[in-house]
Design a protein around this ligand. Structure first.
Ligand code: GDP
Length: 459
């Protein structure tokens, strides 16, 4: 959605104008979704844009000195230049242009952003308002309004829509059936990556071997999968030599094979992280998962060789310390949750390459996750959730200061990308970043899909 930001020095009537356009009264506006009171926002449905008032931004305490006023205005205008598709610059028609107005106008001209100049307080005596002065700001034709009484409201709405241009078509990338879903298996040697590949391809084109590290290097193969909905989904499997944790690298050959594996991660839509059902979650699994997370790739966690667990409980008297297959599975899940806590709520699927158990479920999970990757979240909803998360668990103070979010907006898919305008980017701790990420993953059903945060600090 497009973003329109209101700027202007204090008392020119910015919040009145905001309320007028939002068709709301001030008391209601303060309850609107907005992460802090520094930036207030609302969705303007009939124009398909988000309107922001930055009036509170940059004022840290009530005491407004002239120096602080200039600082705050710079912060607000900088924020608007970074965020807005269109900036509404409000001036006071009764009072006329002040030095600060000229300074703001200069910043706006330099930014080359689309600006609509709004001359407010045109309600008393229109003749008294000197539009020539407004024209001299060099920001094009001004619109004269009265935010208080509503004069020229329609003219202003039209001018905003004209400046914004037509509502853009949904620009979701075309994920039509022809585009194959690229997947790869990553994991330690011997967890069953090649066996899973073979199971998928139902052929002997890939080499399976008992000797660790004998999987062939990157090859890619295409196959079709009939999804839960009956549709045929084309897949492209990128087979890799498996990523090895850096500390375990023995030879230069292994080193280069590792690099190639990382390259194939880059090409994939969904990564299958393979674990061994009998071994549990090892340190090396954790390192490998870390590589995929670093690449911001969606991950499905696969626990392979489940047939062995079944067999042990059915025929060989079980595994000491576990009551049943189910008990083992629950504890395994818990271990994954604890040790791979940094994955973004990835689905966990227990399979067997040997017997074919739950292989379909594994592919269905990839199909579902692949769809999730194109999700677009409305700006209002996103900010509401961030506001909620921040209220539930406030950010920790770092060096006496807390991280504060002013406003967030989704800027991309694959990876899911969010731009966050905040006070200071360095105040976001890794732990709190993960808290925000997992909160959003839960809230928007993005399980397995990592979120990329672009932080822009503006204090
Ligand atoms: P990779 O190194 O990860 O590619 O592992 P491989 O696919 O080469 O498999 C390593 C060993 O585990 C081989 O002996 C496979 O036969 C065995 N294996 C793989 N998947 C399964 C499975 O689902 N069940 C059982 N019982 N053995 C498996």
């Amino acid at each position: 959605s497009r973003t329109v930001v209101i700027v202007g020095r204090p008392n020119v009537g910015k919040s009145r104008l905001f309320n007028r356009l939002a068709k709301k009264r001030i008391s209601i506006v303060h309850d609107q979704p907005g992460v802090t009171r520094d930036v207030i926002m609302t969705e303007i449905k009939d124009g398909d844009y988000t309107l922001l008032d930055t009036g509170g931004l940059g004022f840290k305490d009530g005491n407004i000195t002239p120096a602080k006023l200039i600082d705050a205005s710079e912060t607000q205008v900088g924020f608007a230049i970074d965020t807005a598709d269109l900036i509404l610059f409000v001036v006071d028609g009764l009072e006329g242009m002040t030095a600060l107005d000229l300074k703001i106008a200069q910043m706006l001209r330099k930014s080359k952003k689309d600006v609509l100049l709004v001359v407010n307080k045109a309600d008393f005596n229109e003749d008294k308002i000197d539009l020539a002065e407004a024209y001299r700001l060099g920001l094009g034709e001004p619109v004269r309004v009265s935010a208080e009484h509503g004069a020229n409201e329609g003219v202003l709405r039209d001018a905003i829509l004209t400046k914004l241009g037509p509502i853009p078509l949904e620009d979701l990338p075309d994920r039509s059936a022809e585009k194959p879903l690229c997947v790869c298996f990553i994991g330690r040697p011997n967890v069953g990556k090649s066996s899973l590949s073979n199971r998928l391809l139902d052929s002997d084109r890939l080499i399976v071997s008992d000797v660790p590290g004998t999987t062939r290097d990157a090859v890619s193969l295409d196959f079709q999968f009939k999804g839960r909905d009956g549709a045929m989904y084309p897949f492209k499997l990128i087979d890799t030599a498996g990523i090895k944790a850096a500390t375990k690298l023995a030879s230069p050959v292994e080193y280069f094979s590792r690099l190639r594996s990382l390259d194939s991660i880059k090409e994939t839509d969904v990564v299958f992280l393979v674990l061994d059902a009998m071994d549990g979650v090892t340190q090396q699994d954790k390192a490998i998962a870390g590589e995929a997370v670093k690449e911001k790739k969606p991950i499905v966690i696969i626990v392979n060789k489940w047939d062995l667990v079944k067999k042990t409980f059915e025929k060989d008297g079980g595994i000491p310390g576990y009551k049943s297959e189910r008990d083992y599975r629950e504890k395994y899940e818990k271990a994954v949750f604890e040790r791979l806590f940094f994955t973004p709520g990835s689905p966990l699927i227990f399979v067997s390459a040997m017997s074919g158990y739950e292989i379909d479920r594994m592919l269905n999970a990839a199909v579902k996750l692949n769809r999730t990757l194109d999700i677009k979240i409305s700006t209002a909803k996103l900010n509401k959730i961030i506001g909620y998360l921040a209220e539930r668990t406030p950010p920790p103070a770092v060096g006496g200061k807390r991280f504060r979010v002013y406003y967030a907006t989704q800027t991309g898919t694959r990876p899911f990308r969010i731009k966050i305008f905040c006070n200071r980017e360095e105040k976001l701790t890794e732990q709190y970043r993960r808290y925000l990420e997992s909160g959003m993953v839960d809230e928007f059903g993005l399980n397995g899909c990592p979120i990329y945060f672009d932080l822009v600090g503006k204090e």
